[in-house]
Ligand binder design. Structure first.
Ligand code: NAD
Length: 360
């Protein structure tokens, strides 16, 4: 197949991890007989430096015209003092909204070779896992284009406010993504909210009860977000699919990321009506930029999600995921994954990417 991919290499470690993800896609194209065309776009700090705005209209248009968007991460201290509407993160919000990408899928799985990188004790991991092994496999389904990140905000004198607001339709469509995903997994959906306090959360619960009627095989339960944050470190194996709002999903998925060993491991897909957007969960990590120290696996696994969800190339997506698992099994570790365990082979960003391509 022929595919056109918009690429935003971003800021900080972004260009380093993007280089490796593109090289992996090229290796997939060569091995499976596909051709991928890349179209670079400027977004975030890179766009601010060139055009004085975080997301030029042409960048969004280009992304819309492509089959998918691969984005690394934006932001950094150089742009931290700019006013809100000029912050690099506005590019993310603009791209997500502009592509109608309302469903953010964030898998958080503890891969067996990384057991030592998970800070939880065996007994904690085993007790909550139905299989009784020290593992967990959670899919966060985060609402991405509504809620407090897009609600009315402002200042009045010495008061500042942000607004959490959801419509039934916005909630229902993200719940359906979660229930559908649960069908192919352990058939359990947990809706995380704060329904004891927030009216918007009470609407989430009503919508979830209504949608659940269409999925009689799926188990539905509810957790308050404070309890969910605690259960993630006390019983991560109790979760299968977690569906939640933009704000709660942002926070909880980062917490889960820490349990998988490193935030550098985690991919995400943002899906909706238009081109899908694929990005690692991590930020631009300015503290390690330019040092060949970034873990490229979150970015590479995001490219695997692109192959699966935008190009429907399941075999190719699995080949990338299997290659990533194989390099971890073989002991390759970027600095964020090194725990001084026997058999570890410390490597930099380039060598990790090369190892994945070699495994492919
Ligand atoms: P961050 O994710 O960039 O970094 C947090 C910590 O994780 C740092 O210690 C960093 O070195 C480490 N880390 C992150 N990615 C890594 C990787 N691939 N390999 C190894 N270590 C990795 O979050 P932050 O420090 O809160 O934010 C830094 C900048 O990134 C800020 O400007 C922030 O606004 C931006 N940010 C962007 C996104 C995005 O583009 N989606 C997401 C979060 C933060």
């Amino acid at each position: 197949m022929k595919g056109r991919i918009a690429v935003a290499a971003g800021d900080g470690i972004g260009p380093e991890v993007m280089r490796e993800a593109r090289a992996v896609l090229d290796a997939i194209a060569a091995r499976f007989g596909h051709s991928f065309e890349y179209v670079d776009i400027d977004a975030g700090g890179a766009a601010l430096d060139k055009y004085g705005i975080p997301l030029p209209a042409e960048a969004l248009e280009t992304a819309r015209a492509c089959d998918a968007l691969l984005l690394s991460a934006v932001g950094g201290p150089r742009w931290d003092t700019l006013p809100g509407r000029l912050r690099p993160e506005q590019a993310l919000l603009g791209l997500r909204a502009g592509l109608g990408a309302y469903a953010n899928l964030r898998p958080a799985r503890l891969m067996p070779p990384l057991r030592a990188a998970c800070p939880l004790k065996d007994e904690v991991l085993c007790a909550s896992n139905p299989q009784g092994t020290p593992a967990f496999d959670i899919l966060f389904v985060r609402e991405l284009t509504g809620g407090i990140y897009f609600g009315e905000r402002g200042r009045e004198g010495n008061r500042a406010f942000d607004t959490e607001s959801y419509t039934w339709d916005e909630i229902e469509r993200i719940l359906r993504v979660g229930f559908e995903a649960a069908k192919a997994r352990s058939k359990k959906v947990t809706v995380v909210d704060k329904a004891n306090i927030l009216e918007s959360s009470r609407l989430w619960r009503e919508a979830a009860e209504a949608v659940a009627k269409d999925f009689p095989d799926i188990n539905l339960d509810f957790l308050y977000v404070d309890n969910a944050a605690m259960q993630l470190v006390r019983a991560p194996g109790r979760f299968d699919v977690v569906v939640t709002s933009n704000l709660f999903g942002d926070i909880l998925s980062d917490e889960a990321a820490a349990l998988t060993g490193s935030i550098g491991m985690l991919p995400s897909a943002s899906l909706g009506a238009g081109a899908g957007m694929y990005e690692p969960v991590h930020g631009s990590a300015p503290d390690i930029a330019g040092q060949d120290a970034a873990n490229p696996l979150g970015m590479i696994l995001s490219a695997a999600m692109l192959l699966r969800h935008s190009f429907h190339l399941e075999r190719e997506a699995r080949a990338v995921e299997d290659a990533a698992a194989a390099v971890l099994e073989a002991g390759f570790r970027t600095p964020d994954l090194c725990r001084g365990a026997p058999g570890e082979r410390p490597v930099g960003t380039r060598a990790m990417g090369a190892a994945v391509r070699e495994a492919l």
